[in-house]
Design a protein around this ligand. Structure first.
Ligand code: DGT
Ligand code: CA
Ligand code: CA
Length: 359
């Protein structure tokens, strides 16, 4: 799963008035007013040639007279959104590996028993829940391993879903340029080209020993297996999380604390259970509120003692909820959620990630 034009889409989400215009999110270096680089551009801006990494001044030239919007990055806001997206995806109940702020792998093997039709249904329900719960569009690729799934995802962008079944892998990869393989950047692809290798199909036909002698054991073996669609690295669960959260859509829009709290009972219990299973002690408790006009608000507090029982969790959530609803006046909530943060590893608890090391 990879979120579409993430930073730019996140800005569109909170400023609906800029939708349809070219949107460019920039990292301003501060040297001059326009120095810096483009971090993300929506598809309208891309249609004029704007790309991530491009100097801002260049993007401004391409978009002159096009009613474009240039905005500075707001990492804090994107991270919060990202956490919510992964929280939604986590509810699928499969192993989740978060790769970057907008990208994750999910191992559906145990949920599907290798049935790709079932995997397709789950993928499409993920797209739907991410959109319903966060307002964001994403693209999902499904394949027999991470390499194939990632390439499928890249090719299905934006707002896509592409399933590559085991028997389709060879035909799917064959004609693609070698650059489509993860880890094949400019340097590697130029060396491959100088060997007369341009497509993944051609790469798959090369003797692995030749690749190893040119690129070394690790990269050579990877190129050989990846090109054949056989590189099968496990999905490694995320570690070092900063918060856990659960959000639900309320049965009806509401501003009644008791009515809302009742619907948070399940999420609170599951969140505590998840924290316990992952070996976390949590000192931070928070609530997330999404209003009927889709504004996201949150309130949180840090406690002296970690939250260990549902009773303490509920008490804190109730008072945060009363506080927030009091401030909101007549505004009703459409969705509500709870979160735990300030996570610490309970003594003596280790996760798989601590042993294998995580990137
Ligand atoms: P996509 O996935 O092709 O629809 O577009 P993005 O914008 O989501 O691109 P992606 O998935 O490569 O990167 C996710 C976010 O990471 C992106 O919204 C902004 C940030 N990012 C990507 N490339 C750069 C870059 O070159 N510089 C900086 N500062 N941030 C970047
Ligand atoms: Ca993306
Ligand atoms: Ca990405």
């Amino acid at each position: 799963m990879d979120l579409d034009y993430f930073f730019a889409q996140a800005e569109e989400l909170r400023r609906p008035e800029i939708r349809g215009r070219p949107v460019v999110v920039c990292v301003y270096s501060g040297r001059t007013e326009v120095s810096g680089a483009v971090a993300s551009a929506n598809y309208v801006a891309r249609s004029y040639g704007v790309k991530a990494g491009m100097p801002i001044s260049w993007a401004m030239k391409l978009l002159e007279g096009k009613d474009a919007v240039f905005l500075p990055v707001d990492k804090q806001y994107y991270s919060e959104l990202s956490e919510r997206v992964f929280g939604v995806i986590e509810q699928v109940g499969a192993t989740l590996e978060v790769v970057s702020i907008d990208e994750a792998f999910l191992d559906l093997t145990s949920l599907t028993d290798g049935d790709f039709g079932r995997a397709e249904e789950i993928a499409s329900s993920i797209k739907r829940s991410v959109l319903n719960e966060t307002g964001l569009r994403c693209t999902v690729g499904v394949g027999p391993n991470k390499v194939v799934a990632k390439i499928a995802c890249d090719r299905a962008k934006p707002d896509g879903l592409l399933v590559v079944r085991p028997e389709e892998v060879k035909a799917f990869l064959e004609g693609l340029p070698v650059e489509e393989l993860p880890y094949v950047g400019k340097k590697v692809s130029e060396r491959l080209r100088s060997m007369g290798i341009e497509t993944i199909g051609q790469l798959a036909a090369v003797d692995p020993q030749v690749l190893i002698s040119k690129f070394g054991e690790a990269l050579g073996t990877y190129l050989h297996l990846a090109a054949r669609g056989e590189y099968d690295e496990p999905v490694v669960p995320r570690t070092g999380r900063t918060q856990l959260s659960r959000i639900v859509t309320l049965k009806r829009d509401s501003r009644d604390p008791d009515e809302i709290l009742a619907q948070l009972e399940g999420p609170m219990a599951r969140l505590l259970e998840e924290a316990r299973r992952q070996g976390y002690l949590c000192r931070g408790v928070g609530i997330i509120a999404i209003t009927t006009d889709l504004k996201t608000l949150s309130r949180s507090r840090k406690l002296k003692e970690p939250v260990v029982d549902l009773e303490a969790f509920r008490r804190n959530v109730a008072s945060l909820l009363n506080e927030l609803l009091g401030e909101l006046g007549e505004v009703r909530l459409r969705r509500a959620g709870v979160k735990l943060f300030e996570l610490e590893r309970a003594p003596g608890q280790k996760t798989l990630g601590d042993f294998v090391g995580s990137s």
